[in-house]
Design a protein around this ligand. Structure first.
Ligand SMILES: Cc1cc2nc3c(=O)[nH]c(=O)nc-3n(C[C@H](O)[C@H](O)[C@H](O)COP(=O)(O)OP(=O)(O)OC[C@H]3O[C@@H](n4cnc5c(N)ncnc54)[C@H](O)[C@@H]3O)c2cc1C
Length: 292
């Protein structure tokens, strides 16, 4: 299995930021992932996976870990009755396409989540009332000690959260769907995409929602808008003028620029609303936000 060094993670994140990984590999089978996990354990190197990097901020200085990008057999999608057996590296768009072709509904919520199944499970990604917890039957998860199937309860899926930890690699998943006419699926996807386009900066480089919605009458986006942050800039990053819970790569942004905006947003939300916003985006490498 080829292990590369110096691979820039900016190539693999939707924001387009992030420095080099200490080690990088593209396993194409379960056996290759297991081999890499054993290698990492022997070398005492941490392991992380990058899906489509659509919810990921990687440190500009680089990431001291073996970073895996799943390919080959780990991106396949098979239909078996009402169940989709998918590789964790499969893009949601591909899974949805296959589900629709098979006349299976239930995955429409993922139409505008530009990630992979593995990232969706890690984050319990969701939108418009649906999420991975609602369709996942079980997931095959590898660690250096071996692989095993876990149920959603064992994965601890809740709002944009799972109990998965670095060193655990989601290899495959089984999604339980239900028969639905293709035309209905198509119509719903069209409607959800239109709603998304109207509200969010879909034509900009972002990493999706920056913060989780707080327990408050205002969503994170509305709160940051009320703080006057739309269009606020730090270096090459800016808070989206369209939706304040998005950060755009406006012009050569770095991860440090995005973090600076996040720190300012948290400071203002705390000052103005007494709310401590929690970030939804995953941080990879030596990154942290200042204490409030
Ligand atoms: C325009 C836009 C809109 C978005 N809208 C939504 C939305 O509506 N709802 C929503 O929930 N999210 C949304 N997101 C965020 C993002 O798309 C989701 O969180 C998505 O599920 C991340 O998947 P990914 O494959 O890109 O994961 P990445 O961003 O690559 O990784 C996210 C985390 O998952 C881990 N991971 C990825 N794959 C694996 C694996 N196989 N095994 C173990 N760990 C893994 C990574 O290490 C990281 O910790 C949006 C993002 C963008 C850019």
């Amino acid at each position: 299995m080829r292990i590369e060094d110096g691979v820039e993670l900016s190539r693999f994140t939707t924001l387009g930021t992030g420095g080099p990984a200490r080690a990088f590999a593209r396993p194409e089978s379960e056996a290759e992932v297991e081999e890499l996990l054993r290698w990492a354990e022997q070398q005492a190197v941490a392991v992380a996976v990058v899906g489509l990097g659509s919810n990921l901020l990687a440190a500009d200085e680089g990431v001291d870990a073996l970073v895996l990008k799943l390919g080959g057999e780990l991106t396949t999608v098979e239909v078996d009755g009402d169940v989709l057996r998918v590789g964790a590296g499969a893009a949601n768009a591909v899974v949805l396409h296959r589900a629709r072709a098979a006349g299976l509904g239930g995955f429409e919520f993922a139409c505008a989540i530009p990630g992979t199944v593995g990232g969706g499970i890690w984050m319990n990604g969701g939108a418009y009332g649906g999420d991975f917890a609602g369709v996942l039957e079980r997931a095959l998860v590898a660690t250096a000690a071996g692989s095993g199937w876990l149920t959603p309860a064992e994965l601890g899926l809740s709002y944009r959260h799972s109990e998965l930890r670095r060193g655990q690699v989601v290899l495959r998943a089984e999604l339980g769907l239900r028969p639905r006419p293709q035309a209905e699926i198509k119509a719903e996807v069209r409607e959800l995409n239109a709603r998304r386009k109207a509200a969010q900066p879909t034509n900009r480089r972002t990493f999706g929602s920056v913060f989780k919605n707080p327990e408050h009458e205002l969503s994170a986006g509305r709160m940051l808008e009320a703080c006057g942050l739309k269009g606020h800039r730090s270096g090459g990053a800016q808070i989206s003028p369209k939706h304040a819970n998005f950060i755009e790569n406006a012009d050569g942004a770095t991860t440090a620029d995005a973090l600076a905006l996040m720190a300012e947003a948290r400071r203002r939300a705390n000052e103005q609303f007494g709310v401590r916003l929690r970030h939804e985006v995953e941080l990879l490498g030596e990154l942290e936000l200042p204490e409030l």
